[in-house]
Design a protein around this ligand. Sequence first.
Ligand SMILES: Nc1ncnc2c1ncn2[C@@H]1O[C@H](COP(=O)(O)OP(=O)(O)OP(=O)(O)O)[C@@H](O)[C@H]1O
Ligand SMILES: [Mg+2]
Length: 308
Amino acid sequence: MSDVQLRVDNLWKTFHPGLFERAVEVLKGLSLEVERGEIFGFLGPNGAGKTTTIKAITGLVILDRGEISIGGHAHNSIQAKRLIGFMAENPYLYNHLTGREYLRFSAELLGVDGTEVEDRVAAVLRRVGMDTRADQKMSVFSKGMLQRIALAQALLGEPALLILDEPMSGLDPIGRRDVRDIILAQKERGVTVFFSSHIIPDVETVCDRVATVIDGSVREIGAVRDLLAREVERYEVTFTGLDPRVITTPLVSAQMGSDAAWVRVDAGERDALISELARQSARLVSLTPVRSTLEDLLMRQYEEGAAS
Ligand SMILES: Nc1ncnc2c1ncn2[C@@H]1O[C@H](COP(=O)(O)OP(=O)(O)OP(=O)(O)O)[C@@H](O)[C@H]1O
Ligand SMILES: [Mg+2]
């Protein structure tokens, strides 16, 4: 049975920047659903509308049209807001406070009971691996440490749905791995995670499902492996004893080295190519399937989006 934690239905948003500036149509019927307990990746090129969607979910952008519900509650209700933990794209943190002071202050704003604040702050600091470094001023923190404090802040209210806008951006590989581990640990605790990203390997390794957003609407949605399974499979074929320019089987690409040649064909042309090579007395050296990656899929979608 499906159990939807976040439902985003037919969002439309046009920004009107100023009297003499062109209106920008940013969201054009964007819809998606996130199941309870899954890690959901929201991918798309710059300006596709990811942050605008996230701001709409968190109530920071007023929609022209569309509906959003969280745990079955209208997204602007108190019940819905209590379910969300949110980290913004460029979180603003108070430099003159220590990490712990900032989180105490945030916990109080959230309405955490006074007697519980210290424990709650200590618990989220442990979860993001900052418990031993939280008493320094944030002005001396690295980008990775600031990102952890921002994540800790998003976790303060014990959210059922964690919404993160570009949580890995600007981090080095170790910082990215740490954020990935924190996200996975939340899933273990039963938290649903919805995050936007540009960083494809991060999305590929942690997400149960992804949606690709191009120009204000969702282009594709599904498990990474299902999206890739629909991609045309190709083969790379290496051989000697024949100039690839004489081959009549349709090729995707061809290259000639000093002794061998290698070409790529769509899966449907593979057998024809092998027969042709045999007929022409070429010697087959290798035949390798070329797995399509999420990056290939996105590049194709971005190019199609840019062309349309
Ligand atoms: N308040 C605003 N007023 C006018 N235009 C806006 C406003 N906010 C966003 N936009 C425009 O909406 C479009 C989508 O922006 P958005 O920030 O949602 O994209 P994004 O997918 O998050 O991109 P990025 O990957 O760069 O973060 C952009 O063209 C942006 O300039
Ligand atoms: Mg953005």
